[in-house]
Design a protein around this ligand. Structure first.
Ligand SMILES: [Zn+2]
Length: 213
């Protein structure tokens, strides 16, 4: 195993780190990231960190902030998530196939200068408590229908304003070199994924951490 460095992004006047799996308001209704010792911390590949830094002037100019809802996902956390929601098609088939486990992806949304979330066709992860409760019972049909709103192909006229925000976010992220995912408006990753192997991690109780490939 080889030690590598990831960059930590911290909340400031541009970024708001609010990892959705480091609290209970998520599809699993449980705080998986604290369970593996990472908690509400945002780590990314240095290349991804560079892309995010390029967003600063753009966000400032628009009076917006970027809320980061997910970034590096420790493979141990991924395994727990798969156990809680094992259904095919929900999470990636393996940690190896999840770009979050390679620290090469972020899930984001936009906030206005007062910290209020801009409107999008659905919230990040398509999360709503009622769907989470259904999914945890093994009932995914309604949720998968709801997830149609997560796709770039969702173009309902009544959502025109939300779609405008979605397209603005996509443009901003692509302009700094990130790639969008057709079925999740909130997800962006580094384009050359083969360059970034799976990242393992150790989080110590004193907050120090180590990353390995
Ligand atoms: Zn993602």
């Amino acid at each position: 195993m080889q030690k590598i460095n990831l960059v930590e992004i911290k909340s400031d006047d541009t970024f708001v780190v609010d990892m959705m799996y480091a609290k209970k308001d998520n599809m699993m209704q449980t705080d998986v990231y604290s369970a593996v010792g990472m908690g509400n911390r945002c780590f990314v590949q240095p290349d991804l960190g560079d892309c995010l830094q390029k967003l600063r002037p753009v966000l400032h100019q628009k009076g917006l902030k970027l809320k980061i809802c997910d970034a590096y996902r420790p493979p141990l956390a991924f395994e727990r998530m798969k156990k809680i929601i094992p259904m095919e098609g929900f999470f990636a088939r393996s940690a190896e196939r999840s770009q979050h486990c390679h620290a090469s992806a972020v899930d984001v949304t936009l906030l206005d200068e007062n910290g209020a979330e801009l409107a999008f066709p659905c919230v990040v992860d398509g999360y709503e408590k009622k769907y989470a409760l259904q999914v945890l019972q093994g009932e995914v049909k309604e949720f998968y229908q709801h997830l149609e709103k997560a796709k770039y192909s969702w173009n309902a006229p009544e959502d025109a304003e939300k779609i405008k925000n979605r397209e603005m976010l996509r443009r901003m992220m692509e302009d700094v070199g990130l790639a969008a995912l057709e079925h999740e408006w909130w997800h962006f990753n580094l384009p050359n994924k083969e360059k970034y192997p799976l990242v393992k991690s150790v989080f110590a109780a004193d907050g120090s951490c180590q990353f390995f490939i």
